[in-house]
Design a protein around this ligand. Structure first.
Ligand code: NI
Length: 256
């Protein structure tokens, strides 16, 4: 049974057909879907979906793009929301120096505040890193962000960084780009890191894997990333499903 460890099924892209999307996920062998917030509103929606559907869990937090929205009031509301038993982690947070929709200073401040929130609640953090590898690693080390473990979502960095992140308490999560032919650097990371620290995700509605590239992404398609990982690791799809399921339940502390 597969777990999509990072999905945005509360996104407006799924407003019309979420029940059908969830049905297809179940048919594709998904046991759990982790619904990740990117601002306060989508975090509230993630918790609402987790309460409604037994296979859904929530991650609450503010994406680096929206770091500028994290004022004292929102942070306090996030502390309250994060105490909900359906919430399995804090995120997605981190740094995105590619788009810089919030300034680097706003992003770093929001990242550190969310790391502190995760530590206070003994929860893992879900990190987004785009063109900010060194800065993300510096904050992780300085703030001991991996104290309650954490997830580096949609990993696109090189092997030495992945190893540093694993040593700092992190799991490495692969999304649809793992299935792309030209993703040799990511294939190398997936081939060489310890399998006990590998997760799979869709990041839907974005990053659709092959052979559905160009279409809207959805949790059922995580099976395609699992298949690619099985090929890279020379294991059966069943073994990959079993191992990544265990890893996801361990880092998110899901008991059932
Ligand atoms: Ni995401």
């Amino acid at each position: 049974m597969l777990i999509d460890t990072h999905a945005h099924i509360q996104d407006k892209e799924f407003k019309k057909d979420l029940p059908e999307v969830l049905e297809r996920a179940e048919k594709a062998g998904l046991e759990k879907i982790i619904c990740v917030g990117y601002d306060y509103e989508t975090s509230v929606e993630a918790v609402a979906l987790a309460r409604k559907y037994p296979q859904v869990r929530a991650v609450v937090g503010i994406h680096p793009h929206d770091a500028k929205t994290l004022n004292t009031e929102i942070l306090q509301k996030l502390y309250v929301l994060a105490r909900d038993p359906e919430v399995v982690a804090i995120g997605e947070t981190g740094l995105d120096f590619y788009r810089n929709r919030s300034t680097p200073e706003q992003q770093k401040k929001a990242f550190i505040e969310q790391v502190k929130l995760a530590q206070e609640l003994y929860k893992p953090v879900v990190i987004h890193d785009r063109e900010a590898h060194q800065e993300v690693l510096d904050i992780i080390k300085k703030e001991k962000a991996g104290k309650n473990e954490g997830i580096m979502h949609c990993y696109s960095g090189h092997l030495p960084l992945a190893i540093d992140l694993i040593k700092a308490g992190f799991y490495i999560s692969f999304a649809g780009p793992l299935t792309f032919k030209n993703a040799q650097k990511t294939h190398e990371v997936a081939a060489k890191i310890v399998i006990e620290r590998i997760l799979i995700e869709t990041d839907c509605p974005y990053l659709t894997p092959e052979p559905w590239r160009g279409k809207r992404n959805e949790p059922a398609y995580v099976a395609s990333t699992a298949r690619k990982l099985a090929e890279i690791r020379h294991k059966s799809e069943e073994e990959i499903a079993y191992i990544t399921n265990l890893n996801a339940k361990k880092v998110y502390r899901i008991k059932d």
